[in-house]
Design a protein around this ligand. Sequence first.
Ligand code: UN1
Length: 523
Amino acid sequence: SLEKVFARLELGTVGSEVAGIFDGEWKNGAGSDVLTSRNPADGSTLATVKSATADQVKQVIAASKKAQREFAKVPAPKRGQIMRDLCDEYMRRKDALGALISYEMGKVLTEGKGEVQEVIDVADIAVGLSRSIKGNVLPSERPGHVIYEIPNPLGLVGIITAFNFPVAVHGWNFCLSFIAGNANIWKPSPTTPLTAIATTKLIVSVLERHNLPLALASLVCGDVETGQALTRDERVQMVSFTGSEKIGKVVAQDVAGRLGKTLLELGGNNAAIVFEDADLSIAVPGVAFAAIGTAGQRCTSTRRLLLHSKIADQFLDRLVKVYQGVRDKNLIGDPIQDGIMCGPLHSSAAVEKYWQTIEKIQATGGKVIFGPTSRQEGASVTASGKGGGNYVIPTICQPASSTDQVFQEEVFAPILNVAIFDTLEEAIELNNGVPQGLSSSLFTRSLENVGIWQGSLGSDCGIVNVNVSTSGAEVGAAFGGNKSTGWGRECGGDSWKQYSRWATSTVNSSNQMTLAQGVKFDA
Ligand code: UN1
């Protein structure tokens, strides 16, 4: 039960006020804003948390800065040993934390646990990296000289996360940033403070065990004022932001205004392309998972379905059967219950956006292929035993044309918009013809198509999959997107390099002062 989950995570009593600031000690926010953590399955209040004021954020930054100066003395492999313990702690708490994610965010339990697993996986990468975050040794053109490129800690990293992955996205950043030697200040989504508080408690328990300064894992719960105090403070060297394009722009400008670094993961408007030669037994469940899973609330969710004209009808027949199954076998429901495939939307505002989008598609000449055509119709299907929850039915629409405005926007709800194409070139043009560039999938059996899709004239997204869903990436490779998605890369690949302050050091061990580029200076 929820009470048990709260007890296991040391979160106090359900419904009570919980302290949402940590900088070595737990403090209550002094802001007038009160953040309410709600269970999206029934609208009930899980807890309230007071916002941190700008002054409080300044104090937290000072404490974290002090902590970082201590931590900078700890060798990277030693940081790795601490990370290994942290990884174990996430494993030990995986079920409880996964359940809290389900209660507070609304995703189904298997996905809540999967999200914690993503942190465990990144922590594994970070442990390994702690012995291999290597710089370079380069030959110098000058006799007796050597050039080094050395990674040092960056200093302070601000991590601002969204509601949809309330644990994983912080973990991706924290683990790499930690083994790079940084202190971190986390501002979670205003609607998922509890998972952030529980996660911080988990991390702090490990720091305590190692006698490390606790403000290496600081937390500031709050909304706009709290976030801006973090993004505008020049003591914070980098801000990693995950969220909407709209807020991302403000964050990017605030941080750029003081010439700080940003790492952005913003909107996705991801297309799955099903070519005429696709293996439909892979393509149908692949599309269904990415469009229905997490109730369409992943940055990587499939929002656009581009179908080759030759298989469009057949594909849609099969896909509609999957959607029907989810609706009619009562697989939309309380995310904490076994076997549920689609939980509620996170907020009632998202439900409203879902309806507005369906209405807009129909008002502009498009049609609903599967799902409710009106609020009345929707209500009659979802009302049964789902009192107060933000439930919607995963829906497939076909807008009037493939160039319709609705294809340009990311709507965080399970609405899949269909367009038909005849050639791969046309499909790639549609795929690339949106502002966002996070994820994309091509379902095909042709090697030639794969080459084009991955290559210079192919998909312009950061994730370019073949016969694999747009969502559900593994953390071993770099994760992130291009264009209005913000160009950031997190998790694997070379992502760790961004959390370091690089020093290029030319060392002269000869007894001559020699200049590069043949320049003469005879003093
Ligand atoms: C997100 O939606 O912000 O690839 C992250 C995926 C997950 C991460 C999604 N591994 O769907």
